[in-house]
Design a protein around this ligand. Sequence first.
Ligand code: ARG
Length: 461
Amino acid sequence: MSAPLWSGRFAAAPDEEVFAYGKSLGVDRRLFDDDVAGSRAWAEALARAGVLSAADASAIDAGLVAVLDAVHANPTLIANADDEDVHSFVERELVARIGDAGRRLHTGRSRNEQVSVDFRLYLKRRIPEIQRALVSLVDAFVHQAETAGDAVMPSYTHLRRAQPVLVAHFFLSHAAAIRRDVDRLDMARGEADVLPLGSGAIAGTAYDIDTAFLAHRLGFSRVVANSIDASGDRDFVATFLYASAAAMVHLSRLAEDVIILSTEEFGFFEIHDSVATGSSLMPQKKNPDPLELVRGKSGKAIGMLAGWLASMKGLPFGYNKDLQEDKALAFEAEDLVIACARTTATAVRTLTLRPETTRQAASGLLLATEVADYLVGRGLPFRTAHEVSGRIARDLYGSGRDFSSLSLADWQRYHQLFDDGVFRAITPEAAIAARRTPQSTNPRAVAAALADVRAWVKGRS
Ligand code: ARG
């Protein structure tokens, strides 16, 4: 066991099992690059404050680069190390290379702020990677919306047929949700974008550290306002976990839509063989396992957010070791969202539409709103028109027919305002064309929305 950084105070060595229990290197070694980056900047700030000689500062910098290169060349160096955490690992490796100069690096600094700066740097560089995975999913929606062209399908409320929409409109609805997730991750990144260094262990540092320089040097846009708050603040982790959980909820809802709309019962889409699995017993089966896993894993993402909020809620002010638990959660959330977004993008990109089935499903009694609007267009109050249309729908439903089975005389038996324009008005295509607002399923609106999403993907790629 490597001696901990704080062994001077203790007469007895730590209990091996208990020390191993508290170690975080296995998890926080993901922060290695960031820890080195933060330490290089800190050494520079110490030199500028006149705390380190120029010679020591450049020895530290060269030593840190040597540690960085050594680990990149041989990752087992850190994977097999038994230090308490990534900060201890870097410092030990540095001192092993440059001796006493390395022992000056931690002047005026605490691991409490070090872990915070590392983690903030990490999220700032990794969030764009998560966003890339989500953008490629949005690109898959664009592909499907383009391929669908003017194909129509029913939309649903209460999982009952509601109104006809363009299939492209359906895909773009999911694109809209995922775009919000990308925006939310921007917000999470913005919250992480604050420099905590200069906070010391809790009270601030006693050296003349130029925090504005440090922020600029490390690419932070601002500096924390309060050292006590900074040492115990992991709100940025909670925000990241929320952004991840929200994205997973959207991936899960999409997965559910694809799963249900590709069943034998719906038959709107066919899932590609390459993203399906078979049954060991039932030869006919083609199961959407990868999408079911996306749906299942979303529960975990929600649990991690709820768990982290619970971990934070009882903490007294300043740093507490409970905070160490944040990294395992955030790393898992990161891996989860990236893997699920990529899998979902492949599943969406390879979906096949069955346009005859969706058109057929969009042609029945879900045109009842059009019937009501038709009468409104001829002067009837909407509430009355709703009742007339409802009566027709009830009769048709009872006899297993739909609006296309009615003759003009049949229509006029329900209301004399029906004329022969009714045959053109009561079709899925007419219903879709009749929608007017920019967010509607009107073909021109959908074309504009598609162009907007396409441009957004391009801007993000
Ligand atoms: N591994 C610790 C964490 O993740 C680093 C900070 C340690 N600070 C301390 N006072 N023990 O939170």
